[in-house]
Design a protein around this ligand. Structure first.
Ligand code: BJ8
Length: 423
């Protein structure tokens, strides 16, 4: 029997009427985009259940944990080290908004010429229609792009907000600075949770997060195979939910999915027609429920085999050294790992171009789509190098700009179809 979460949402002071509007659109979109796919891995049933009650199951778990004294930290970026929060018995939940539904509420306080991810995140909070934004005891922001920095000032008027100062370059002194910033963050999380950080606890948390990375990596490894055992859409969904789920359960479910995919590979099972063109997508992150581009690409018969983005390889590649001897060593090791993320907010950011070329090779991509969320200046500008360098390497690339609205879907379809035909 379906559980009724209305009382929980009421207690979270959500706008129930408006939330109903959101709840009415999601299942229709999910059925069209996900459930109509043929030959999906059976293990995806877990993610179907999660999405089926996305504002119910996990929020209820978080509230239960809060009743037992745990604190929930909402984050917006893959530079924030989950390990610190987990080591202090806190819970991490992603907060990036991926739905057009929240954009108009964001636009009430933000310029229209801001990226939809920021507008949707602020809109989700201000419209009181996302339980995760209601539950989090503290939001953790970071100094990445200008839009986020300014939006955090607005959110910070509404909820307790802590900002991590991310360096803009990757010189050795920047890594040391980031290690210091991580130690300051640890102090803050200690204060909020009332717990004391020890190296034993931090080592345990490092292992938990590495295990999660390894499990997700197994799923991605399976996508390198010529018979692709999982659609890009399903892999993206697994990634998106990883930002919200309990890390141990996440690893368990991803490993289970990977087992099935490896079995499929042995049996030559593919979810795509033979000869389907293989596409690597790079660019700005795709927060749930932003499935737009994957859906368009795969509806045209091509296979998305990899995402070089924060909802993709940047989330799980590179592990943190385990079994550190002291907190200082662990902070430095965390800093080293997190600074291997290649976000366009860094200058220079050549590592990202190298990654795209490497991943295109590893995943045997026939072409790359560089996607930019409208008004994201940093990724838009970096697109110049992405296209130039890929061209020089003989890799076909299509640069596109889009947002959460479906208004440009037909136009995108035409461009992407022409690109796929040309591959
Ligand atoms: S590490 S990509 S998660 S900052 S799309 S809000 S950059 S204007 S999300 Fe990001 Fe961290 Fe970088 Fe990843 Fe700004 Fe661009 Fe919007 Fe963006």
């Amino acid at each position: 029997m379906a559980v009724d979460y209305r009382q929980m949402w009421k207690e979270l002071d959500m706008d129930l009427e408006n939330h109903d509007n959101l709840c009415n659109v999601l299942p229709v979109a999910y059925t069209d985009i996900y459930l109509m796919q043929k030959n999906r891995p059976k293990a995806m049933e877990f993610w179907d259940t999660v999405v089926g009650a996305i504002h119910g199951i996990r929020p209820a778990e978080l509230i239960e944990a809060q009743k037992k004294g745990q604190k929930v930290f909402g984050t917006f970026c893959v530079y924030v080290p989950d390990e610190i929060i987990i080591a202090l018995n806190g819970i991490v939940t992603g907060l990036c908004g991926g739905s057009q539904f929240w954009v108009p509420d964001g636009e009430k306080v933000l310029p229209k010429s801001m990226c939809p991810l920021v507008k949707a995140s602020v809109g989700a909070r201000l419209s009181r229609t996302c339980p995760f934004f209601r539950i989090a005891d503290m939001y953790v922001g970071e100094t990445t792009c200008d839009g986020k920095k300014k939006a955090y000032e607005i959110l910070g008027k509404d909820v307790p907000m802590y900002i991590m100062d991310v360096p803009q370059m990757k010189r050795p002194e920047d890594i040391v600075k980031w290690a210091k910033e991580i130690s300051l963050f640890a102090n803050k999380v200690e204060e909020v949770t009332g717990n004391k950080l020890t190296i034993e606890k931090l080592n345990e948390a490092i292992k938990i997060v590495n295990d999660k990375r390894r499990a997700i990596k197994r799923v991605y490894e399976a996508r390198k195979n010529l018979d692709v055992p999982i659609s890009g859409k399903d892999a993206l969904l697994m990634m998106q939910i990883a930002f919200f789920d309990d890390p141990i359960r996440c690893a368990e479910m991803c490993n289970k999915l990977a087992d099935e995919l490896e079995e499929r590979i042995k049996n030559g099972v593919s979810v795509f027609e033979k000869g389907a063109k293989r596409i690597l997508i790079t660019g700005t992150p795709m927060a749930i429920p932003n499935w737009k581009l994957h859906h368009i690409v795969e509806s045209l018969g091509a296979a998305v085999v990899c995402e070089e983005m924060c909802t993709g390889t940047r989330y799980f590649e590179n592990e943190v050294k385990e079994n550190c001897a002291s907190l200082e060593e662990a902070y430095l090791e965390l800093a080293k790992r997190y600074m291997k993320n290649n976000c366009a907010c860094f200058t220079p950011n050549d590592g990202r171009i190298d990654d795209i070329k490497r991943l295109a090779r590893e995943y045997k991509a026939d072409g790359v789509i560089d996607v930019n969320l409208k008004f994201c200046t940093i990724y838009d500008t970096e697109g110049y190098f992405v296209e130039k360098e890929l061209k020089a390497a003989g890799i076909k690339c299509l640069g596109i700009e889009t947002d959460y609205d479906d208004g440009d879907s037909e136009q995108l379809k035409t461009r992407i179809e022409a690109f796929i035909e040309m591959l």
